[in-house]
Design a protein around this ligand. Structure first.
Ligand SMILES: Cc1ncc(COP(=O)(O)O)c(C=O)c1O
Length: 385
């Protein structure tokens, strides 16, 4: 793979060493051109293509479904993961017994958890062991009042990647719900919703989807929708029968049985169309090739960090638990280190009390050397205690 050619598709690389894809991936030029072309159609044709674009959206759903081993009709796009989790919570809430709870992880991003707690759904938090949540430790926390587990695939702060396959199998055996926030894992890391027995999966696409702020992918298993149909609806959730617009006086509207029920109304079709270009771009490189590259880059970074006075907090002994995120603490001075690096055009972020660096397909070893030199320079200059 000619990684330098890929790098040229990302103008951001001329400006800085960019390690913030876990916040938002920059947009590569072919995707930017697709966005422009979709918006140009609005300029030149107004609403004339809207119905056709709604049809084209099915092709985007179909690509996502193939990547997840789901079905096109199980995919929806919603404004963000907080919305997807709120919709899930609203559906489930009605059918929970008052003393039931969900298990979740202590360092979850709040869009996995806050929607549930705000609705009054009790959450019990599992504590990590050196940033890891082993499946066995989670199973130990389950009791007769547990309704299911809400977890990220990849933890946003540490990059720990959960073993969804083992966890999903165990939950299915116990007839418990499995709700996954795949924001920091999709599309690069393997997900098979069927094998992993996932009931609900949401992924904010602005992280690794390379198309800007386009919303979240929202997968629901058909059995989940049958048992917990959407608690909110809009005109596009309803099967109109004939034509496009359902009759306004229709007093008992028929909700789509597919995930279309979650598409309440009009959404940003332009960015979603361009997202297909991003997925095609990624798939042309190949997901296996990408994962290998990410591990090569993070191996190099971890190796370099072992020579610096930092504490790597990302679990990194096993590739199965690793992701594109490497987080480390620089004594008590991680926030100052982030500021120092950014001043030197090395773009990392602070999450909790650590420096978070996320590598992507456009990063090269030169970027990593800049980051490592930057961290070393900071440690040399600043007393860390
Ligand atoms: C794991 C995770 N989930 C979700 C989000 C974003 O949530 P939302 O789509 O609700 O803005 C982030 C980061 O912003 C994240 O790191």
């Amino acid at each position: 793979m000619d990684w330098e050619r890929i790098r040229r598709d990302f103008p951001v690389t001329k400006e800085m060493a960019y390690f913030e894809s876990a916040a938002m991936s920059p947009i590569p030029t072919p995707v930017f051109e697709a966005i422009m072309s979709e918006y140009r159609k609005l300029v030149e044709w107004g609403d004339a293509n809207w119905c056709r674009d709604l049809e084209r959206l099915n092709a985007v759903k179909s690509v996502c479904a193939d990547m997840l081993n789901g079905r096109e009709e199980d995919i929806a796009f919603v404004a963000n993961t907080s919305t997807a989790m709120s919709m899930t919570g609203l559906s489930v809430h009605k059918k929970l017994e008052p003393d039931q709870h969900f298990l979740t992880m202590k360092d979850e991003f709040p869009s996995s958890t806050f929607p549930f707690s705000y609705l009054g759904i009790p959450l019990r938090t599992c504590e990590p062991d050196s940033a890891r949540y082993s499946v066995s430790s989670l199973l130990e926390q389950i009791n007769s009042k547990t309704a299911g587990i809400v977890t990220s695939y990849v933890q946003f702060g540490t990059g720990f990647r959960q073993d969804l396959l083992s966890l999903g199998e165990e939950l299915k055996r116990r007839n418990l719900l499995f709700i996954v926030n795949a924001t920091q894992g999709f599309p690069y890391f393997h997900i098979d919703v069927k094998e992993m027995r996932i009931d609900v999966l949401a992924a904010s696409l602005h992280k690794w989807g390379m198309t800007g702020h386009l919303g979240s992918l929202f997968y629901t298993a058909p059995e989940f929708r049958a048992k917990y149909p959407t608690a909110v609806a809009g005109w596009l959730s309803i099967d109109p029968g004939e034509g496009l617009v359902p009759g306004q006086m229709n007093s008992s509207p028929e909700i789509h049985s597919s995930a279309q029920q979650y598409t309440l109304g009009t959404i940003n079709l332009q960015l979603l169309m361009a997202f297909k270009t991003a997925l095609d771009y990624i798939q042309k490189i190949g997901l296996d090739v990408i994962r290998k590259r990410l591990f090569t880059l993070t191996d190099y970074l971890l190796d370099g960090l072992s020579d610096c006075s930092v504490e790597v907090i990302s679990p990194h002994r096993s590739y199965a638990e690793r992701s594109a995120i490497v987080s480390f603490k620089v004594g008590k001075k991680s926030p100052e280190c982030v500021t120092f690096l950014r001043k030197n055009k090395i773009y990392v972020s602070q999450r909790n009390d650590a420096v978070r660096a996320a590598v992507n397909i456009f990063n090269n070893f030169n970027d990593l050397d800049r980051l490592l030199d930057g961290v070393q320079n900071f440690c040399d200059k600043i007393p860390l205690s």
